[in-house]
Design a protein around this ligand. Sequence first.
Ligand code: ATP
Ligand code: MG
Length: 447
Amino acid sequence: MIRKLLRRVFRRAAPVSALPEPAVIPVARHGVRREHISPAANKVCSVLQDGGHKAYVVGGAVRDIIVGHTPKDFDVATSATPEQVRALFRRSRIIGRRFKIVHVMSGSETIEVSTFRAMQDAESTETDEHGRVLRDNVFGSMAEDATRRDFTVNALYYDPSDETIVDYHHGVADLQQKTLRMIGDPRVRYREDPVRMLRAARLGAKLGLSIDPAARAPIREMAELLENVPPARLFDEMLKLLMSGHAVKCLKQLREEGLHHGLLPLLDVILEQPMGERFVWLSLENTDDRVRQGKPVSPGFLFATLLWHEVLADWEARKAKGEYSQPALFEAMDAVLERQSGKLAITRRIAGDIKDIWALQPRFDKRAGKTPHRLLEQPRYRAGWDFLRLRAQSGELPMELPDWWEAFADAHPEARENMLVPDKAGAAKKRRRRKKPAAAAATPGKE
Ligand code: ATP
Ligand code: MG
């Protein structure tokens, strides 16, 4: 009685830290069967449970199965400590410095096993000057673990042994009502971790859920908090969003919420250029189609398209100032990537891929002599051509150019000779000019 009263008072005073009683939902009401869970995840749960621990499949996988998606991976949450988990599985290793988790390998699968973690709110833990929580590495109870998660639909604990879901925050009902609801006060939760705003847009778009008005309303005014998120984390999250198979929907949602400011700092500019806008949406649609068909997509290609019109503008400006075309392009590429790097930590490898694709573009203009044959042999030719075709589809170039290259690539080597397009005036000009760019390229340093 007193406990009940206390709980009620406590819950009213501090909704996030009050820990609710869970509902245990039988399979008839959620439909998640053991067969939907991967063999490895089933096994990890049963070994942990046999070892006397609590263990559940948790997070995105349970949510995805309920809405009819195939989960991309399975995470397990447990009461066992990382060392206890490690001791139960021969093929496992502890990873992470700040918060230890265990990777358990089973067949070709890797299951991520995390120990229940406690909520770290902005008042009781270390934060940056904007309230962003810097530490969340304290073990906790299962109820605490549920409460520290972001959305109610992400706090579902599936027990394969009896096919029930332990649901602390009405996540199953929210999912069935197609609502993405934040656990606790959305403003507080966004302040603790602004990336949750991006997750709201992404998960809403991916799962076809509408963001609950209470979680939606603060996004516009709090969007600027994203500026304090470390660039590497922002890059990871942007990549997840862009590769989700729902990038168009996600970005439209972000735009509606006023959230694209500060993401890619130049995205606003890109989206406001008529040519650039068409190009960006075409490329995102193209990426979404590929992801949904299970085809590989390269982050380098995607970022190359998002930033291309910036490169074009910068390149044109340099050429207008009298710089030679080729070095001007390379300078423009570096300048654009440099501008991005403060906000998004584009990894070195991806930056290399982006530059390869951009650097190939002027080479598609040359359709005479030996150059076209050499271009076909470039390892990145295919990505370069896909990029060229998108440029043409957006109206930047005549379609005839990618069509010619496609026919040229498909033609028999002997037939290729007859296809070359000797641009006489251009060739003559080039002969006259040939010495100059070479000399320019040889001048050391960047002016
Ligand atoms: P997906 O894997 O489809 O991208 P997900 O929800 O599984 O989506 P993960 O990044 O794999 O996303 O996170 C796993 C779980 O961890 C989530 O379901 C959620 O419960 C919790 N989580 C992830 N990020 C946060 C966050 N920023 N704040 C609170 N909880 C989070
Ligand atoms: Mg996941």
